[in-house]
Design a protein around this ligand. Sequence first.
Ligand SMILES: *Cc1c(COP(=O)(O)O)cnc(C)c1O
Length: 353
Amino acid sequence: MTFINKWLRADIQDIKAYHVPKSEHMIKLDAMESPFLIPKDLVKSYLTYLSEVPLNRYPDAGAEEVQQALRSLMDIPDKLGVLLGNGSDELIQLVSLACETGDTVLSVEPSFVMYEMIAKFTRLNYQGVLLDDNYEINLNGVLEEITRTQPKLIFIAYPNNPTGNAFDRESILAIIKESEALIVVDEAYYAYSEGSFLNEVANYPNLVLLRTISKMGFAGLRLGLLIGSQNTIRELDKLRLPYNINTLTQASANFLLKEKDHIIANANIIIDERQRLFDELTAMPGLKVFPSQANFLLIKVDDAKSLFEFLKSNGILVKSFTMNPQLSNCIRLTVGNPSENNEFLEQIKNYYG
Ligand SMILES: *Cc1c(COP(=O)(O)O)cnc(C)c1O
């Protein structure tokens, strides 16, 4: 037995580490990244701006300018509070750390895997409630589990990852009203979705919203935000590590997030491409494509593993779900730029041809 195996918490030893596949020289359609780089005409002024940043100093601790940039990009009302994280993953960890050891975290399944992993890291019990056959919330099932387990924290991804749909609003509102938990509605994909709970935050003291800029062109910056009442945010902010948003991220966000029109235009290209992929794939026999409000499509095929390997050997990386029975033979395809999507369509037609 090695030192670390004797030393480390047993439940951490049992965890399978979050796996990030190699993607060099591949068309990368596996991680919901935006295909768009920063606009060419901005590169020079961006670099000049960065070169003037004082790297010898700690970052602005409150990252006030970044907060303002996000507020105006996302139309966040002044009366709400905003807490910034090094990616929204860090904020999932932060709200989990705010619970007592042994409290229950509830989410639906399948959904974003970090809710369960971070529950484990932070010594919380995780309770998943299966979605129904249409990947919709089983409201009675969730309400029963709320009564049974009295969760302290409930995560609902809206739209959901990896299924792509936005759950029934009334079900989510019922959960917010029926539970004393802090409800985190995770809107990582808000830029691609018709609905949002932003206008509900002021109505429910137990509702907070999680957002990120990762899925809209800035995954490399690692910047997420939690939106809630001023009181809630002020208290949760005590758990944030000082200077968690680094200087380069702050400077980049301050400069790049001002390009609101550009960011929205890019999101609209993805929404159009999502429709085009949906239509073309739906017309193909042997596949089922699920409706999506996000920048990816969940596709059920005859043999996901074989399609995944075929695409990979042709230079296209998607995500294949092999272990989860609710997602059996499903692949998740991130919507790329038009030429990447064309390449995907050509390859999948070859595969089925
Ligand atoms: C991608 C994703 C996140 C994580 O986003 P980061 O800000 O990059 O940490 C959170 N929630 C959901 C549902 C996601 O799909």
